[in-house]
Design a protein. Structure first.
Length: 91
């Protein structure tokens, strides 16, 4: 619908007519992505970041006592936490 088009009139039931509404965010998304990449900088290494996250995840669930391990196992079984390795938290 062009900006100068009249407001759609209600249909026979009295309900307002639907108006086609579309927004193209392509240029804004391209700009946002470019800004993110610029902020990350040229030294950003996604593989290194993922390996660091894996290491941090292992440390987070290491050294659990028996009760904590049961809770961890329950959360994995419920799908709250992802299954890892043999399904046990790291020691």
């Amino acid at each position: 619908m062009a900006p100068d088009s009249p407001i759609p009139s209600p249909d026979a039931s009295g309900a307002p007519a639907l108006v086609d509404f579309a927004v193209d965010l392509t240029s804004q998304e391209v700009l946002r992505r470019a800004q993110v990449m610029e902020a990350l900088g040229p030294d950003w290494n996604p593989v290194e970041v993922l390996l660091g996250e894996e290491e941090a995840y292992g440390l987070l669930y290491s050294g659990l006592d028996a009760g904590q391990q049961r809770l961890y196992d329950d959360l994995v079984a419920a799908g709250v936490l992802p299954a890892r390795g043999d399904g046990r938290a790291a020691d």
